[in-house]
Design a protein around this ligand. Sequence first.
Ligand SMILES: [Zn+2]
Length: 414
Amino acid sequence: MKINRLLISVSVMLALFCAPTVWAATAVKDVRLWAAPDHSRLVFDLSGYADYKLFRLHKPERIVIDMQHTKMKANFKRLKFPDPLLKSIRYGTPKKNMIRIVMDVKERVQPRSFLLKPLKGKPYRLVLDLMRPTVVKHKRQPSLHPKKGIVIAVDAGHGGEDPGAIGPRKLMEKTVTLAVAKKLAAAINRKAGMHAILTRKGDYYVPLKRRVGLARKMHADMMISIHADAVRQRQVKGASVYMLSDRGATVDRAARALAAKENAADEVGGMTPLDEVADPLVSRILGDMFRSDSLNSSQLLAEEMIKRLKKAGPLKYKSPKRARFVVLLAMEIPSVLVELDFISNPVQERKLRSSRYQNHLAQALLHGTVGFFRKMGRLRAAHSNVYRGPYAMQENNRAAASGLTQKMTSVGGV
Ligand SMILES: [Zn+2]
């Protein structure tokens, strides 16, 4: 009797567990589109695991996804067009319990797809990259970009699927980092003898190791990765500067937690299995990372940044912090990660949203960079003797900018 009852309850439990997987169809709940220079990325949010088939059709060029046991709940009208590669997207139900998504594309693209498991509040996601084959080939040629003076890799944290931290008024870290990175790059490019490269130029995701690989390919002399942090306590504010820790160094808990958060970007942003097979150059560095000379110069760079950020706004930590950040692994060049402020603080969030304050922070980062290369003996303080006309103009701009700095500090920012 007892055994029978047990059998019944086991079978009821089995039925409860099995039924949803057999009968419930997966729903496509939402869709987003991100345009990168070499590909366009479509991300489909799914209510669960989905079986899908991907194929190409020609004349006209189309990419097709067939999904079994799936329902469409997403609204394609929300996608922002025009896109450089995707002309239009539609779907139909050729069979019961099956949907077919058809993407009309502007040129013959190479599709690549992968499924991401649920993570950090994000559901199952099907990622479809429409790769532009010709651009990929050309972009891989480092010799196409001759070195111009001191090259600085400016890395805007997060992007695309990965918003980074989000403020109480919904300002996204990825938006602030890109705005400040672009302003910093423009300011660097206005300086004689310096040249900036951006690891990302728009709202799309770039895997962390590819950012490092890009800095290396462009023969960068320095890398700065720009971020904004968030914590639960809304009153916390201020900038902080991080550098890579060497293996033996003691790392405090907060710095380790921050590194874990920033390093998780790949899982949120959507790193393809192909990206995992990293650049052999990068892998070599991973094996042979810790060179004390570049650690020392990173320390000097971090201190210069803190010195300037202190004048620009509130500061969270007076000295550089160390942790293992994947994006700082280009160890042969001085590299720092700057958390501009806490986007979780409503007052700082409002400031971070303003173009004027973003400019103000970019100027601080520029002065930190220039100060560092002067200390390293690679930029002369008495530059104006050599470059007369254009430099005189830049010095005036700089004076104007530092005047702005003082004014903004005295009134407590914008
Ligand atoms: Zn970040």
